[in-house]
Structure formats: C-alpha cells, structure tokens
Design a protein around this ligand. Structure first.
Ligand code: RTP
Ligand code: MG
Length: 137
C-alpha cells in the first residue's frame, strides 16, 4: 500500500549536521522515494497549524520556540507503508526510551529536541502536506 508522509528534520538535526545521516536512512529503505525536500525556516503561523493539537499544553510554547530556532528540512516521502515506516525509523517521542538503532535512540537525549517529525496517520499526512506544501495537491 503506497502512501505519502510529511517528515520534518527539526532544527537540532540541522544544527548538528545530521541531515545526511537521517535522510540516508530514509532513502535506503526499499522502494521509498523522496518527492519533495527543502531546507526552510519555519514561521510561527505554519507551526501553530501543524501543532494545533498541542495548544495549551505546557510544552507548546517551548516547542514553537525550538522549532523556530533555526532552519528545518521539510520533506514528503512516498512508498510502501511509509507512514508507519518512518515513525518506526524515528522511534518513540522520548529519545531515552527509544531503542538504539532508531534515529531518536541513536542521536537524541531531550524529549523536545528529538530530531524528527513524521505524520502519524493518513489523515495527518494529508493535513500536514497541505500546511507545508500548499501549492502541491
Ligand atoms: P512528532 O509529532 O514530532 O512526531 O512526535 P510525537 O508524535 O512522537 O510527539 P507528540 O506527542 O505529538 O509531541 C510533538 C512534539 O512536541 C515535543 N514534546 N515535548 N514533554 C515535553 O517536553 C514534550 N512532549 C512533546 C517533541 O518535540 C514532540 O516530538
Ligand atoms: Mg505527534
């Protein structure tokens, strides 16, 4: 079942020089294709849409501050079961709980600065692709 997913490499990943490492892991999965990729400073308005479900949570403001602290990589990846697949490569939200071998498990320690975002469902993927690539369909 071919799908598309919206992936962000967060500002910590870019600052630490991990773009190639993380994109490489995604790129090497059989049959997956990167169909859009851009280094971009994310503005607050875009992030408010993206993280709307978290408004009011204690981590919301620090999260937006972090996400605007430097450029991010915005990507669309397509391929077989790619929504579940990129989240499996990423590992769970807390990098200390994430298994070694996963992106967060290999490179992260801080919950907020956990390197990567990937859509969590087909509905989220459609919604998030519209936010970050409004001119695509
Ligand atoms: P994501 O949406 O980024 O893939 O991560 P997720 O589903 O694993 O995590 P979610 O619960 O949706 O939270 C979104 C992002 O907010 C930051 N966060 N900080 N307690 C905290 O300080 C906290 N909790 C969440 C993380 O950057 C998380 O990825
Ligand atoms: Mg989430």
């Amino acid at each position: 079942m071919s799908q598309r997913t919206l992936v962000l490499l967060k500002p910590d990943a870019v600052r630490r020089g991990l773009i190639g490492e993380i994109v490489g892991r995604i790129e090497r999965k059989a049959g997956w294709t990167i169909s859009a990729l851009e280094l971009r400073a994310l503005d607050r308005e875009t992030l408010e849409q993206h993280y709307a479900e978290h408004v009011g949570r204690p981590f919301y403001e620090p999260l937006l501050e972090f996400m605007t602290s430097g450029p991010a990589v915005v990507m669309v990846v397509e391929g077989e079961r790619v929504i579940e697949g990129v989240r499996a490569l990423a590992g769970p939200t807390d990098p200390i709980a994430a298994a070694p071998g996963s992106i967060r498990g290999d490179f992260g320690t801080i919950v907020r600065e956990n390197l990567i975002h990937a859509s969590d469902s087909e509905e989220s993927a459609e919604r998030e692709m519209k936010i970050f690539f409004p001119s695509h369909s």
